[in-house]
Ligand binder design. Structure first.
Ligand code: N7H
Length: 474
C-alpha cells in the first residue's frame, strides 16, 4: 500500500464495493436533536468500515447531505466552503435541466429527496454476508437512533440478482477506474489520479481538488490536518462525495421495445433482439464487450475491460458511438491523439457502487422469459451510487455532456438509449433515437421510450474517519 495514502482514514466504500457482502440496505435519516445526534455519531465512528479492513464480515459507512451538515451545527463559514453542487443539491430547476430530470423523472414525482418529501440528513449504508446478518445489524443500529435525536425517514432495501446482473439482465459492475497509489495492478490508461476520488490528494490536473475547511476555533479541530490558511483545518481530507440516484427500471418495456424493433413478418428474432439491446449497452448480457466480441456473447470475456475504440471500431460498427458504455466512458475517442483522449476521459471518471433493488421480473433474467412473464408485481431498479471528488466535473459532466447530449461526438439527435431521458422537456411526445452503423449504412431505431425513471436522489459528503469524529465535536 502506498504510504502517502492514509488508507486507515478513508471510508471503505471509496475503495471497495463490498461485492462479497451480498446483503445491503441504505437508511436515510433526519436529525431531530443535534446534541444527541452528535453523541450517537461519536459512539458509532469506531464501527465505521475503513479502507484498510480486508474482507470485512459486515460494513457500515456514513455520509451527510449539506442540510445534514447544517442540522449537525456546522457553522455557515464552513458550510460555505463546500462545493456549490453539494450546497445546491439535485433538485433546483437548473439542476433538473442539467441532469435531464423532467417529465416522469422530475423531482415533483420523487419519493424522497424532493421538496415535498422529508428532509434527508444522513445516509447509513449497511452491508452483511446474509440477509439474516443484515437484519440483526439493522435492528441494533435502529435501537441506537431511538433516543438519540435521529429519525429514520426511509429504508432503501436492495436485492442481489443472479450472476451479478442488473434488472435488464446485463452483467454490471465490470469497468471501474483503479485509484492510483492503492497498489492494485492495472494498465496506466485505467489508473486514475487519487485526487479524482479522494479529497486531499492530487487530481488529474496535478492539483488538489477544493476541500471543505473549518476554523481552528470550532470543535476538536486538532483532529484534522492543517488547512490551506493558518487558522483553518482540512475537513475534506480522505473524504469524497457520494451521488445517490434511485433509478426505476421498466424491464418489460425495455425488452418489448427490443422485441418490436427486431420482429420480422410477425416472428420474434431472439438473437437480433438481444444483439440490439447489447449494442445499446455496449456489452452482451454476459458482460463481453460488443466492440471486441461483435457477433456473440463470449463467456471468457465476461469481465474484459482491455478494449479501446479508435483503432478497432472507430465508426462504431461493432459498438455504436451512442451506446451506454461509449458515452459514459469514451476512452480513446475524444481526440485524434490517443493519449490526449484517454487523459480527457479520465478527468470524468466515477467509481460506481450501486445496488439493484426490487424482485426481478424472473429469476433467470432471460430476455425471452421476461417477455413472457405475466402478472409482474412490484417496482425494481438500481440504487445508483457513485463516488467522485468533484461532482460537477465527474458525475454531472457525464450525465449532462455525454448521457443526455444529443450532439455527443458524431451524433446529432440521440441520447443514451438506456438511461437518457428520451422524452424531450418541451415536447414530451418525442421519443429517443439510436443509430447503429452498419457497413455503408446505419440502422436507425426510433420511438425509444424512457426505460429508466428517477424516483429520488441526493448528493452526500462522505467524510474521512477523523472528520467523522470531528463532526461529533462541533
Ligand atoms: Fe451504467 N445497464 O445495465 O445497462 N452500466 N447503468 N451508469 N455505466 C454499465 O462495465 C446501467 C448509470 C456508467 O468504463 C454497464 O460495469 C443501468 C449512470 C459507467 O466502459 C451496464 C443504469 C451512470 C460505466 C450498465 C445505469 C452510469 C457503466 C456495463 C441505470 C453515470 C462504465 C457493465 C438504471 C451517470 C463504462 C460495466 C466503461 C457501465 C447499465 C446507470 C455510468 C450493463 C441499467 C446514471 C461510467
Amino acid at each position: 500500500m502506498n504510504n502517502d495514502i492514509d488508507i486507515e482514514d478513508i471510508q471503505g466504500l471509496i475503495t471497495k464495493g463490498y461485492s462479497d457482502l451480498a446483503a445491503c440496505k441504505f437508511l436515510l435519516l433526519a436529525i431531530k436533536d443535534k446534541a444527541a445526534a452528535k453523541k450517537w455519531l461519536r459512539s458509532i465512528v469506531p464501527e465505521v468500515t475503513r479502507s484498510n479492513q480486508k474482507q470485512p464480515q459486515a460494513a457500515l459507512n456514513i455520509a451527510f447531505t449539506y442540510d445534514g451538515l447544517e442540522a449537525l451545527g456546522l457553522p455557515a463559514t464552513s458550510l460555505d466552503t463546500f462545493p456549490l453542487e453539494l450546497q445546491d443539491g439535485m433538485i433546483t430547476p437548473h439542476k433538473q435541466l442539467f441532469l435531464g430530470d423532467h417529465g416522469e423523472s422530475a423531482p415533483g414525482n420523487w419519493e424522497w429527496g424532493a421538496q415535498h418529501t422529508d428532509a434527508i440528513h444522513i445516509l447509513v449504508a449497511l452491508y452483511a454476508a446474509t440477509e439474516q446478518d443484515l437484519a440483526s445489524l439493522c435492528s441494533s443500529y435502529r435501537a441506537g437512533f431511538k433516543g438519540n435525536g435521529i429519525r429514520e425517514v426511509r429504508e432503501l432495501a436492495t436485492a442481489g440478482l443472479t450472476k451479478r446482473k442488473e434488472h435488464f439482465g446485463f452483467h454490471d459492475g465490470i469497468a471501474q477506474p483503479t485509484i492510483a497509489g492503492l497498489n492494485r495492478k492495472d494498465v496506466p490508461e485505467n489508473t486514475v489520479a487519487t485526487g479524482e476520488f479522494i479529497l486531499g490528494y492530487k487530481n488529474s490536473y496535478n492539483q488538489f481538488t477544493l476541500s471543505p475547511a473549518v476554523s481552528e476555533q470550532v470543535g476538536e479541530s486538532n483532529l484534522l490536518p492543517k488547512g490551506n490558511a493558518p487558522d483553518l483545518r482540512d475537513l475534506g481530507r480522505n473524504g469524497s462525495y457520494l451521488v445517490f440516484r434511485q433509478m426505476e427500471q421498466d424491464v418489460q418495456l425495455f425488452w418489448q421495445y427490443m422485441d418490436k424493433a427486431t420482429t420480422h413478418d410477425g416472428k420474434c428474432d431472439a438473437p437480433a433482439m438481444i444483439k440490439l439491446a447489447s449494442k445499446m449497452v455496449g456489452r452482451w448480457p454476459g458482460g463481453a464487450p460488443v466492440t471486441a466480441c461483435p457477433h456473440q456473447d463470449t463467456p471468457d470475456k465476461e469481465n474484459d475491460n482491455s478494449f479501446t475504440y479508435r483503432d478497432s471500431d472507430p465508426e462504431g460498427l461493432n459498438c455504436p458511438v451512442g451506446s451506454h458504455i461509449r458515452r459514459t466512458n469514451p476512452r480513446d475517442m475524444l481526440d485524434f491523439n490517443r493519449k490526449t483522449s484517454i487523459d480527457i476521459s479520465n478527468k470524468h471518471r466515477i467509481l460506481r457502487r450501486g445496488r439493484s433493488y426490487g424482485t426481478p421480473v424472473c429469476e433467470s433474467l432471460d430476455p425471452q422469459e421476461i417477455l413472457q412473464a405475466t402478472e409482474v408485481q412490484g417496482k425494481r431498479g438500481l440504487h445508483f451510487i457513485c463516488i467522485n471528488a468533484d461532482i460537477g466535473r465527474q458525475f454531472e459532466f457525464i450525465q449532462n455532456s455525454w448521457v443526455n447530449n444529443p450532439k455527443f461526438l458524431s451524433l446529432y439527435d440521440e441520447r443514451d438509449p438506456i438511461i437518457g431521458n428520451n422524452m424531450h422537456p418541451q415536447f414530451p411526445e418525442e421519443t429517443g433515437v439510436f443509430s447503429s452503423p452498419t457497413d455503408g449504412l446505419r440502422d436507425r431505431h426510433t420511438g425509444i421510450p424512457r426505460f429508466v425513471t428517477i424516483k429520488g436522489g441526493a448528493y452526500f459528503f462522505l467524510p474521512g474517519i477523523r472528520a467523522l469524529t470531528y463532526l461529533s465535536t462541533i
